[in-house]
Design a protein around this ligand. Sequence first.
Ligand SMILES: C=C(O[C@@H]1C=C(C(=O)O)C=C[C@H]1O)C(=O)O
Length: 442
Amino acid sequence: MNQLIYYLKTELPNIKLKKMLSLMTKWQTAFIFQAPSNNTVRLAYGAIAEHYFAKDEDQFNALKNWQVLLKKNLVNIKQTSENRLALVGSFAFDPNAEKENAFWGKLAQGYFFLPKYTVIKSGNSTELITCSFDAAALEKESSFFAQKLQNTPNYSLTLAEHVPFTKNNTALDQWTDAVAATTDKIQQHQLEKVVLARSLEATFSDAVNPLAVWRKLTLTQPQTYHILLKTASGSFISSTPERFAKFKNQQIQTAAVAGTIKRGQTRAEDDRLGSQLLNDHKNLQEQKYVLEAIGKILRKQGLTVRHSKRPQLLKNTNVQHLYTPIMANGNFELFQVLRDLHPTPALGGLPREKALRQIAQVEPGTRGLFGSPLGYFQFDDTGELAVGIRSALLTANSVHLFAGAGIVSESVPQNEAAETQLKFQPLLHVLGDQTDEHTDIN
Ligand SMILES: C=C(O[C@@H]1C=C(C(=O)O)C=C[C@H]1O)C(=O)O
């Protein structure tokens, strides 16, 4: 694509998020990104340019090349100083995956797009960035869209259309067998850690509305990211607690998130479980593998790496994790660092290639976007990506949920199954599931 793309940034009056969501129902391609405890929401409507990764493509290199090409063709018609135009979307977990799952459709290999309209809402200030191939039409398109936003009715949160639903969870026995076989291999020192995932399909009597699911997740999971990638072939939604990378000039922030226990019913029980986790050998081992691997990768790129010695707790509504924020400074080639980091042993394992082979062998299908970096790349070389866990693919009446757990030598298959069950809870709850599953893990 060698056409010039003109863009214009304007400030909008204060508009409610509900209106922004409401307007989004009309767009086939859309994206929303909100980081934890951050009052900034990025919303993208429509694609003016898009990139589906090809099978076996080096996805990080492909995105880099596409970004460079677009950058050459972007024209800021007002030359306003700062603007936050960005490519938005998701990579795939394993572009070389041989198995397939038809439900991923065109999203299987990952997808990024340049939005036609970008709305960034930070508190009371709202910015609109409009892109067009037609410079003469740009101002008109921008004000027309702004008007539509203001005149749209508030979005209703009704999820009634989602119930009742049926779940298909038959593969659980197969999954615990895979965990047992993997634990054996780890005990025989063939591997150190492997993260195994399983999926669950929920079928509804009616189409599931991805925007209602996104909104409900923001209300029930306040401590996580809230990300939605909406396309004609399905919507991927993630309420992940895990940062993959937040980057700007000379700095990358990432995190080791690994090691999990349930939340307590009371404050005292919750504290007890938290301190149990902070002192649990098996979970500390999971955390250590991730932290050391990330540190090693960043140092190899010549970066100075800083993090605390001991992990802290990251508390979500249904689970608490061991968590170590990591800061790296220095000169770096962004896409090289991202390629080297993915997948960290929080989603893949150690040693990486062997763990990925084990995953490919025992998991029944492809992970698609589950566990992949998803987020945005601004053209000023800043941006943020999260790890697409606590996630689901929504296609018409059907929702495929995914959850994984880190397997190490002390893993007990039933406990790992319970851990994945807990990780399904946030989405199941939002989808209207009332059944009380057995979710004990210790
Ligand atoms: C794989 C998932 O989570 C990952 C595995 C964790 C663990 O094994 O303790 C914790 C957080 C994530 O890094 C998931 O939620 O699906």
